[in-house]
Design a protein around this ligand. Structure first.
Ligand SMILES: [Zn+2]
Length: 147
């Protein structure tokens, strides 16, 4: 009986693992030519649940079936380019293994003209994460050098 319960538990865990999305292991960042600050007017909205993202960009094609973020670009003939970004809540972002900063960088890439089918997307490197996430050392370097 115990063995049966353990087997079921392991199967449940593996299927949960298979279903979990970890986009941090996929090519996610824009290529260098689009990976820079946006020169136009940039508006960043937090919209909570995925349905808020989907409703904000009704014409967007969410090919993954997840609506984590989207953007609406306004290009000329007005005086200024404008890009409005909509990003779901941090908990939604975390459910695909990403952070707000990485998602924002992805969307700003689109603001800069990166096509929606993500040509030449780059993998997230250690350096990309270190730039964004401050390193917290509760005891400082001196403690780490002991022993
Ligand atoms: Zn995209």
């Amino acid at each position: 009986m115990t063995r049966l319960i353990l087997t079921i538990l392991v199967l449940t865990l593996s299927s949960a693992h298979a279903q979990s999305d970890n986009w941090s292991k996929l090519p996610f960042l824009p290529p260098p030519q689009y990976d820079h600050p946006y020169a136009g007017e940039l508006i960043i909205n937090r919209v909570g649940p995925e349905v808020g993202v989907a409703l904000s960009c009704p014409t967007a094609n969410f090919v993954t079936g997840r609506a984590i973020a989207c953007n609406l670009r306004t290009i000329g003939p007005g005086p200024k380019e404008r890009c409005e970004i909509f990003i779901a809540a941090d908990s939604v972002i975390a459910s695909v293994g990403l952070t707000f900063d990485l998602v924002l960088r992805h969307e700003i890439g689109h603001c800069n003209g990166w096509p929606g089918d993500h040509p030449y997307a780059r993998y997230i490197s250690e350096a990309d994460i270190l730039v964004i996430r401050p390193i917290y050392r509760p005891y400082g370097d001196r403690h780490e050098r002991r022993r």
